[in-house]
Design a protein around this ligand. Structure first.
Ligand SMILES: Cc1ncc(C[n+]2csc(CCOP(=O)(O)OP(=O)(O)O)c2C)c(N)n1
Length: 289
């Protein structure tokens, strides 16, 4: 086992300005602890984050980071991974960023199976822009954009991930940092696309789903009560339990080959380490002119 790293190595000099009690603090602690437990160092990790309160994670975790465009967290993460597949790449963003604005990328990222981790801060609302309805918010909930209650029902991100071919699908809770850290350790260690849907408390714009509301409904998955290799069983879990019993843990995992493992261009060395100066482009340029 590799030696562990002190989670404080991932601290920055800035103090986050998330609201006091925001679930993002739990996600941040869990991530630093998981990276530390895996013995990773800041220069070995790169974050790609979306726009939103959640997207600030790239600023407040000491590692490489790119805070990109709204909904484009996943293509940026894919580019980073392909340029240097030796980096541990973590994509993070809100449900607005990844499941509303950037939904198309999510489906293809699951299917493609590049080796990186995608963490969704799922608070059921657009928080940074002060509380508009998102695609995972409760049907009937009154928000800034749904003054008479949301008409559309929410959907299950875990079910969509399983249906789209993700090779690791899990769900965690921002109020249980140790358990979330354990999920992150498994997700980051997984060789392929690992999706973690984190039920995140938003103390300002989604108060009905408070810490006690979640705690009353949380049900922990263990190898004794759930077989993570059973895709149909995982799908049943992901589709069921809405607001009654909320399962947390690893829903599904398989070992299919990661996308980049099949790329001959990366077999010799990461692209960033390969010399490009000596490549003769004359034939290509002649063909194009
Ligand atoms: C292309 C684009 N559309 C809209 C916005 C405005 N905008 C900024 S953050 C945000 C919502 C963020 O919500 P979410 O991803 O759920 O993150 P949270 O703030 O809840 O963490 C929106 C719509 C933007 N910055 N860029």
């Amino acid at each position: 086992m590799s030696p562990t790293t002190e989670p404080a190595k991932f601290n920055t000099l800035q103090t986050p300005n998330w609201c006091p009690g925001c679930g993002n603090f739990g996600l941040q602690s869990a991530l630093k602890k998981a990276l530390g437990q895996l013995g990773l160092l800041p220069h070995q990790v790169c974050l790609s984050t979306g726009i939103g309160c959640s997207g600030k994670m790239a600023h407040w975790v000491h590692a490489y980071g790119l805070h990109g465009l709204h909904g484009r967290t996943l293509p940026v993460a894919a580019g980073i991974k392909l340029a240097n597949h030796e980096l541990t790449v973590i994509a993070e963003g809100g449900d607005g960023d990844g499941l509303s604005e950037g939904m198309g990328h999510f489906i293809h990222a699951c299917r493609r199976n590049l080796d990186f981790t995608y963490i969704i801060h799922n608070n059921g609302v657009f928080s940074l822009t002060t509380g508009q309805a998102s695609s995972t918010g409760r049907q009937g909930r009154e928000t800034a954009t749904t003054p008479h209650g949301a008409i559309e029902p929410p959907f299950s991100p875990t079910a969509l991930a399983i249906a789209s071919g993700a090779s690791f699908v899990a769900r965690g809770f921002s109020g249980d940092v140790e358990h979330l850290k354990d999920i992150y350790v498994q997700a980051i260690s997984h060789k392929g696309f690992a999706f973690v849907d984190v039920m995140q408390v938003c103390v300002t714009y989604n108060r009905e789903k408070s810490y006690p509301w979640y705690q009353d409904r949380i049900h922990k998955l263990t190898p004794d009560n759930h077989d993570a290799q059973d895709r149909n069983g995982a799908m049943a879990l992901a589709m069921g339990g809405t607001d009654e019993q909320l399962s947390v843990g690893v829903f599904y995992q398989d070992n299919r080959q990661a996308y980049e493992a099949a790329l001959p261009q990366l077999a010799v060395a990461p692209l960033v380490d390969q010399p490009i100066g000596g490549v003769d482009l004359t034939a290509l340029m002649n063909e194009l002119t």
